[in-house]
Design a binder for this molecule. Structure first.
Ligand code: HEM
Length: 414
């Protein structure tokens, strides 16, 4: 300890952690810590799943079935990861709502807010990329719809869709791209952004609950700090919250099996695509804008909504922090939350979205439906598995139909 004390600013760090928080703090101030706990839980369970998962259309579905049915505690860990993702969206949303209702986004906490909105986008990105990985019917068709939505964006839409797919169709390249985003790009970004977010949270200190002008989130971020210290009191409450959340998730993971449909069939145009529940409100929104107005539902409203959210601290510069003195903020928040909830309910119970315009499958995707029939005998009697990419799929340009073969021996596959 002496060795460490001489080399590290431990005393300053301890004093910083023991600084009192604002007097009025309630359980809603633990939501950020719960979001952080869930991020770590997702990373831990995801790392375990990655030991068995294989991001190729031939193996992904089998690997997920194997995890759920054969691997010891596989179904439990997969359950924690699956339900943990939904819990993460709910907790992050509630955390955002708490920040809005308590005016915690106002000066000087604009950067904390902006990095929070970026984290929200990353959480949704995890959900979107993770949904494809089991490579079952719902995964495939929801991604077809998701990528089509991205393609409607003006100017860059087609390019973005092509980058997402890694070519012209959803197939092997798309799956490895989504897997790389889900397991490398987004986790690095998420942990980096959480680091910056938490730096700002500690730098400005907690805002506390605005009750009277004397303890409102003031300009200098120095509310009346006469409450309990962050460590050990608040940390203890946060840890209890994390344990309770973990027990709830564990019970859900043990009692509700994670759904897995049949392996993706790109020829099944009758499939009724549904995104994950937290994208249902966007999916429902699309239905009100048809034909030339489609872009309003797919691009204009979501983009304008996100930009307004990002710049909220600069749009609402009022110094009134107490909720009942902010009728406009209260009304806008209520309308937005009620709209999202209503659209989600309507989306969950709504009829099929038209998928007739979805691209027809080529070899890349067809190979995924009957992986084990794509075998052939080679000279020495060794069985091989083929999946073929056309030049167009590899380079993203159409012209001739030269094909590229990637052959895996049965031995390599197993
Ligand atoms: C992975 C996602 C997130 C994590 C891990 C996270 C973590 C945290 C933590 C631990 C705190 C301090 C405790 C608390 O006030 O609850 C906090 C505060 C804060 N967060 Fe987040 N957060 C996330 C997402 C967001 C989002 C989506 C927003 C809003 C768009 C946001 C805005 C803020 C603000 C403004 C504060 C300061 C609150 C105050 O001083 O009272 N955060 N966050």
């Amino acid at each position: 300890m002496q060795f460490l004390k001489e080399r590290l600013p431990l005393a300053e760090f301890s004093a910083h952690l023991r600084k009192p928080l604002p007097k009025h703090i309630n359980l809603l101030f633990s939501l950020g810590s719960l979001a952080m706990f869930l991020l770590l839980l997702q990373a831990a369970t995801g790392a375990f799943l990655a030991l068995y998962y294989s991001p190729s259309p031939e193996h992904a579905h089998n690997a997920v079935t194997y995890i759920s049915e054969e691997v010891p505690f596989g179904a439990f860990v997969r359950g924690l990861h699956h339900w943990g993702a939904s819990a993460m969206v709910i907790i992050v949303f509630l955390h955002l709502l708490r920040v809005v209702l308590y005016s915690s986004y106002k000066a000087p906490r604009e950067f904390t807010w902006i990095f929070g909105v970026l984290l929200l986008l990353i959480v949704l990105g995890f959900g979107f990329t993770g949904y494809l990985l089991p490579w079952d019917e719902k995964a495939y068709w929801a991604t077809v719809v998701g990528v089509e939505i991205a393609s409607t964006a003006p100017v860059l839409g087609d390019f973005v869709a092509k980058v997402m797919r890694g070519g012209t169709e959803i197939g092997a390249v798309t799956l490895s791209r989504f897997y790389a985003l889900h397991t490398i790009w987004l986790p690095w970004l998420a942990f980096g952004l959480v680091g910056v977010h938490l730096f700002f949270v500690r730098y400005y200190g907690s805002s506390g609950i605005p009750q009277s002008p004397s303890c409102s989130p003031d300009k200098g971020g120095r509310g009346v700090k006469t409450g309990k210290p962050f460590y050990p009191d608040q940390v203890f409450e946060d840890v209890v919250g994390m344990l309770i959340l973990f027990v709830i998730l564990a019970v859900v993971a043990l009692s509700i099996p994670v759904p897995l449909e049949d392996v993706a069939d790109p020829t099944n145009a009758d499939y009724d695509p549904r995104p994950e529940w937290y994208f249902l409100f966007l999916f429902q929104l699309l239905k009100y804008f048809q034909g030339p107005f489609e872009v309003i539902g797919t691009f204009v409203i979501p983009t304008v909504g996100m930009v307004l959210l990002l710049f909220l601290p600069f749009l609402d510069k009022s110094e009134r922090a107490v909720l009942w003195k902010r009728p406009v903020a209260l009304t806008v928040t209520t309308v937005c939350v009620a709209g999202i909830v209503l659209l989600t309910i309507l989306g969950a119970s709504s009829p099929k979205l038209n998928t007739q315009e979805t691209p027809q499958p080529t070899e890349q995707t067809q190979g995924t439906t009957t992986p084990n029939t794509e075998t052939e005998e080679v000279e020495d009697g060794e069985e091989v598995f083929d999946f073929q990419l056309t030049e167009e799929e590899v380079e993203g340009t159409a012209e001739d139909e030269e094909v590229f073969d990637f052959q895996l021996t049965e031995e390599e596959l197993q």
